[in-house]
Design a protein around this ligand. Structure first.
Ligand code: FES
Length: 576
């Protein structure tokens, strides 16, 4: 690194290093905590944004990991301050954590801006926490490093390996089909989440932690380490040491998150067989960095990079196996001819230096590019008269015979309508139908809940059907699988064409051609549009009202319009 910051150039110096009435107040209150003049003034202050809470089981170790980060910060001559932020526990927060991703992004940015902080350690991992923290950190623009919570250990039931989410859906279908008992189901409930840490399938958590590393925001290899592994503890302390150096080096996110780094992240996402949710989050993160990423870039890169990580739901293994097989460094080594190896990272080294010496230890878990685990890509972007701004499908996790399909629509007006009908034996549905869910989008859900893997109707499950074509403006969990067309944009709630589909209309999906088509004439579409009435807004006041007013559509990353990059810098707070 070229120049190093001087202590009086630190952002925190304006709070702590000068001699005036206000700095007296700041220092006297730190003395109230038992600190002394040796703790401040010449040391970078490191803000540790921690999404630990008693309700987020994926982050239950982050309280302890924050202590390990602090140890590293002290070792390197910094001064750590831990700041709690919204925890966003994926399985507990209703209606969906996605409603609050931007809330966490705003909270992160403003916590960092309003306090005397020179560098940030962002601690998260459960689904929306990674993009929320990273979006806020990018917008704040001070040096930052990401500490990923890491995946939990493999689940176990009667000697069978259980994976978060994926096996929940699988065994729920088996229970609905009468193939397993209530007692079996209870045992699965007790065996599927064996330790702290995030979902250990290639869900949104594992995908986004890997993407954060591929972007250059995580120390090499950290994103694959299981949460209970002692290496996770060690890397937390190393991250604490490293952020102090990053402050002196002034290694800010704009020097790391470039167009090339975003491409690297998308390529790693494709090779991992990552979650479809990443399409929304990576667009939002890139745009915070001033990079106008479009959905079509995912499609272009998905044609270039096949799935090589053999991890559920696209593959067979779990994240713990992926780590033992060499983890993300080994996967990136397999991709080395496809990546931009000159990108800078938080380690202060390039991607090339970070992956040097990485090896695959189990070729059945991490395949080579010439031997992918699926002929189908991790994502495809479809367009057509039903989704003029695009929609998403994960072909690698779908039944291949459905990837070219035409069938009659069975329309559910919203989630409750679907839930009231899906188990009925008299539901007029066949395996050829296309299940359509409306009002699951950013405004309609609200928050684009993970309703997109609509359950296969119980009547069909009993006949042995396990996959069918589904179309919605909702998202689906990264742990989900099936032939689900998602993120239809614009959404039905704001009058996108999905709003005009009627039961019995023919819908054609052609993934190889990247097309989705509603077989009605343009005149009929216009007639239905003219007759359509916009639904009432959902929130009269509060955060929900602000969300509805400012949320963007899926293809734009669902960021708030007022948080977009304008080229103007937000002013630093006045200190008086
Ligand atoms: Fe937290 Fe899946 S519930 S990562």
């Amino acid at each position: 690194m070229a120049t190093r910051k001087k202590p009086e150039e630190l952002r925190s110096h304006r709070w702590l290093g000068v001699s005036d009435l206000r700095s007296f107040g700041h220092r006297s209150r730190l003395r109230q905590y038992g600190f002394d003049h040796v703790d401040w003034g010449k040391k970078p202050v490191i803000g540790i944004i921690n999404t630990w809470s008693d309700i987020n089981t994926c982050h239950s170790h982050l309280r302890q990991r924050a202590e390990e980060v602090k140890r590293g910060v002290y070792q390197a001559g910094g001064f750590p301050i831990e700041l709690p932020a919204m925890s966003l526990a994926e399985v507990f927060v209703k209606p969906t954590t996605m409603l609050y991703r931007n809330f966490l992004a705003m909270e992160t940015e403003e916590l960092l801006r309003s306090h005397p902080i020179d560098g940030a350690v962002l601690m998260g991992g459960c689904d929306k926490t990674t993009p929320g923290l990273v979006m806020g950190g990018i917008s704040m623009g001070i040096p930052m490093i990401y500490v990923p919570a890491g995946p939990m250990l493999r689940g176990n039931w009667q000697g069978k390996i259980l994976g978060s989410g994926s096996d929940t859906w699988k065994y729920w279908d088996e229970k609905r089909a009468g193939n397993i008992t209530e007692e079996d189901w209870n045992e699965i409930e007790a065996g599927i989440a064996r330790s702290f840490g995030t979902c250990m399938t290639m869900g949104t958590a594992a995908t986004m932690m890997a993407i954060a590393e591929a972007l250059g925001l995580v120390l090499p290899g950290f994103s694959s380490i299981p949460a209970p592994d002692s290496n996770h503890t060690r890397m937390s302390a190393v991250s604490g040491r490293r952020i102090v150096e990053m402050v002196w080096e002034d290694l800010t996110p704009d020097k790391i998150i470039t167009k090339e780094a975003v491409d690297n992240a998308i390529k790693v996402h494709m090779a991992m067989g990552g979650s479809t949710n990443a399409m929304v989050h990576v667009v939002a993160m890139a745009r915070r960095a001033g990079i106008d990423l479009k959905l079509k870039r995912f499609d272009e890169l998905s044609r270039e990079i096949p799935v090589i990580a053999n991890v559920r739901p696209s593959g067979k293994y779990l994240m713990e196996d992926f780590y033992y097989a060499g983890g993300i460094r080994a996967l990136m080594m397999e991709l080395k001819d496809k990546l931009d190896l000159n990108c800078m990272t938080v380690s202060g080294k390039t991607v090339a230096e970070n992956i040097q010496g990485a090896k695959v230890h189990n070729a059945d878990v991490i395949h080579g590019l010439s031997n992918p685990i699926s002929k189908e890509p991790a994502c495809a972007i479809l367009t057509g008269n039903l989704a003029p701004d695009g929609c998403v499908i994960k072909p690698s996790a779908a039944d291949p015979r459905l990837l070219k399909h035409k069938g009659p629509a069975l329309v559910f007006e919203d989630y409750n309508h679907m839930a009231s009908l899906i188990d009925r034996d008299d539901l007029d549905v066949t395996a050829d139908h296309v299940l359509v869910l409306k009002n699951g989008g950013p405004q309609g859900g609200p928050g684009m809940p993970e309703w997109g893997m609509l359950p296969v109707p119980t009547k069909l499950v009993k006949q042995g059907v396990r996959d069918m074509m589904r179309v919605s403006d909702a998202r689906m969990s990264g742990t989900s699988y099936g032939c689900c067309v998602l993120h239809v944009s614009p959404e039905s709630f704001v009058g996108g064409p999905l709003a005009f589909v009627k039961t019995g209309d023919m819908i054609e999906v052609d993934v190889p051609a990247r097309k989705i088509h509603l077989h009605i004439s343009d005149e009929e579409m216009a007639k239905r549009k003219a007759a359509w009435k916009a639904p009432e807004k959902k929130y009269p006041r509060g955060y929900g009202a602000m969300f509805s007013e400012h949320i963007g559509q899926a293809h734009d990353g669902c960021d708030f319009d007022f948080l977009k990059v304008t080229g103007e810098k937000v002013p630093e707070p006045e200190i008086h």
